[in-house]
Design a protein around this ligand. Structure first.
Ligand code: ATP
Ligand code: MG
Length: 543
């Protein structure tokens, strides 16, 4: 259906439709009264015109009732037809100054409804024409007609002006309302855009714990593509505490007075996997809230973030610090005890030189052990902070010879052969010198430390642009169960032969980290009582 101007509503359209059907009935009845001579009318021409007009009134009324107008043109044509008919009726049947002129008001309203100001003006103009024609046609028969007609004209013009001012006021209200609606929806869109682009999951829940609004991040956090609208929050977000006891989020929301945060709860996926969440929640107090009491509100807002990684890093760091302090405490206690013993012995006349030397040697060993550990830790920290990881051009053959010279003496002291197996063209590598030396030094010192008889061999080979570095020994080997643990921090084998040697258990842990930083991975193979081989590869630096 064609919708009219600003004053058009479904209600007004309905009234016009029914009035269109009722009007002919009343007009025809009145016409019949005149025809019967019960009412006087100077305008009444003859029965033929009256019946023809009555017939047209009925046809128009029925058409208007059964088939409401659908286009602007349709409405315009119908309004014109009604105006012509009404003019005919007033001029040739009832006369203008009769109660029926009030029906012209309906025409005014309909014209205003469909064509606003212009429609209304045309309707009034047409009435002026009808009044003028009436005066011209009938003033000599009844001179009073001029007065009556002019009075009616004034009444109709005044009604038209009132209608116009009312509809203009309505139009202004309408524009202001649609403007404020537009602004409101713009604000809403802005807020929604911000919320949707947040990396944190944001949910708004009503007073009954039903989800009403949520953002895209909520779907990815909860790993679902289904709509969350209308879902009960506790059915959707299943939380457990540290002891795996279920926690109702809705209960948390109901008991909170202001904004609260919890980071000790885990969200459990359907397959049982868990992630640690940081949940911030707060009651929503809307400014439109009907009640002014502070404890009433319009629901809750829940913001969630996956903090699994951050928490595990934090926990790992805490554990690391606690293990390190534990590892440091033992040698420090030994050194402290031994030195205070030495102090006492020095005052004692019976203390022999041998006793003093033994005590000092023990303290010295422990200090060396501590220095070794601090060295490993500082290498680790430097690697983690990316210090000294600037790559440089390194001549592999030169570096290997240097390391061989450095450790040859240690090996010989233990009665071991430190062999070098470096054949063919090797070339250069482009990597951090500190990392490369540290990794190889760790391999070589371990191999010497954990080999009682036989040899340690440093092997370097180049094949298809890849250089493989390996350190092989004929030592005590590593048992299958130890093989899974040797890269853990502070891990040392329980084997008594390992325990005879000193070490912090940090060497391979640091080595693995450095290898990762240098873009390679440590491989190893070992057989208990037969020996081990640790290796890694790096690409040859292109010329
Ligand atoms: P440090 O931190 O002083 O090097 P560590 O040698 O004990 O102490 P890692 O180098 O990390 O520590 O080695 C961890 C463990 O792996 C050792 O304690 C030892 O049990 C085992 N291991 C490492 N290399 C060898 C090897 N070549 N032969 C046998 N066992 C080895
Ligand atoms: Mg070691």
């Amino acid at each position: 259906m064609y919708k009219g101007g600003p004053s058009y509503t479904a209600q007004s359209a309905k009234i016009i439709r029914y009035a269109g059907l009722l009007l002919p009935v009343v007009l025809v009845l009145y016409g019949l009264y005149i025809q019967a001579g019960l009412v006087d009318s100077v305008q009444y021409v003859n029965d033929v015109s009256f019946f023809a007009m009555s017939f047209l009134w009925f046809v128009m009324g029925i058409i208007q009732f059964l088939f409401p107008s659908r286009t602007k043109l349709d409405s315009a044509l119908r309004l014109i037809a009604y105006h012509v008919l009404a003019a005919g009726y007033l001029l040739y049947v009832s006369g203008i100054a009769t109660p029926f002129v009030a029906f012209w008001l309906l025409l005014l309203l309909a014209s205003n409804m469909y064509f606003s100001k212009n429609g209304l003006s045309l309707s009034i103009l047409w009435f002026v024409v009808v009044v003028a024609v009436d005066i011209v046609l009938h003033h000599d028969v009844s001179p009073m007609i001029v007065t009556y007609d002019l009075a009616t004209l004034v009444a109709i013009i005044l009604s038209g002006l009132v209608t116009l001012s009312l509809s203009l006021a309505q139009e202004v209200d309408h524009t202001a309302l649609s403007k404020s609606k537009q602004q409101e929806s713009l604000q809403r869109d802005r807020v929604l855009t911000i919320v949707n682009n947040l990396a944190d999951a944001v949910l708004s829940v009503d007073m009954d714990g039903i989800i009403r609004v949520y953002n895209a991040a909520s779907l990815s956090l909860l790993d679902t593509n289904d709509s969350l609208n209308g879902r009960y929050i506790d059915d959707l977000i299943k939380l457990v505490d540290k002891s795996k006891k279920p926690v109702s989020l809705f209960n948390q929301l109901k008991t909170t007075k202001g904004a609260s945060t919890r980071d000790d709860l885990n969200y459990v996926f359907n397959d049982g996997e868990e992630i640690r969440l940081e949940i911030t929640y707060s009651p929503i107090r809307s400014s439109y809230s009907r009640s002014k009491k502070s404890e009433t509100h319009d629901g809750y807002i829940v913001i969630m973030r996956d903090i699994t990684k951050a928490k595990s890093l934090e926990e790992e760091r805490d554990e690391f610090i606690s293990v390190i302090s534990h590892e440091l405490r033992t040698p420090i206690t030994i050194v402290e005890g031994t030195i205070s013993n030495v102090q006492i012995m020095m005052k004692h006349p019976d203390a022999t030189q041998v006793m003093l030397t033994d005590a000092i040697t023990l303290a010295h060993d422990q200090i060396i052990y501590l220095a070794h550990m601090v060295n490993d830790l500082s290498t680790l920290s430097r690697a983690e902070r990316g210090v000294s990881d600037t790559p440089e051009d390194i001549d592999v053959r030169e570096l290997i010879h240097k390391l061989h010279n450095e450790y040859n003496k240690d090996a010989t002291t233990k009665g071991l052969h430190l062999n070098l197996d470096i054949t063919g063209t090797i070339g250069h590598v482009y990597t951090s010198r500190l990392y490369l030396e540290e990794i190889l030094q760790n391999f070589i010192t371990n191999a010497i430390k954990y080999t009682k008889i036989g040899s340690v061999t440093i092997i370097v080979k180049q094949k298809l642009g890849i250089i493989e570095f390996a350190v092989k020994d004929t030592g005590i080997g590593i048992s299958k169960s130890d093989q899974t643990k040797i890269f853990q921090k502070f891990y040392r084998s329980e084997d008594y032969r390992t325990r005879e040697t000193s070490g912090t258990g940090l060497g391979l842990y640091v080595t693995a980290k450095l290898a990762h930083k240098a873009g390679t991975k440590i491989e190893f193979s070992s057989r208990l009582n037969h020996g081990s081989k640790f290796s890694f590869s790096l690409p040859v630096k292109p010329e």
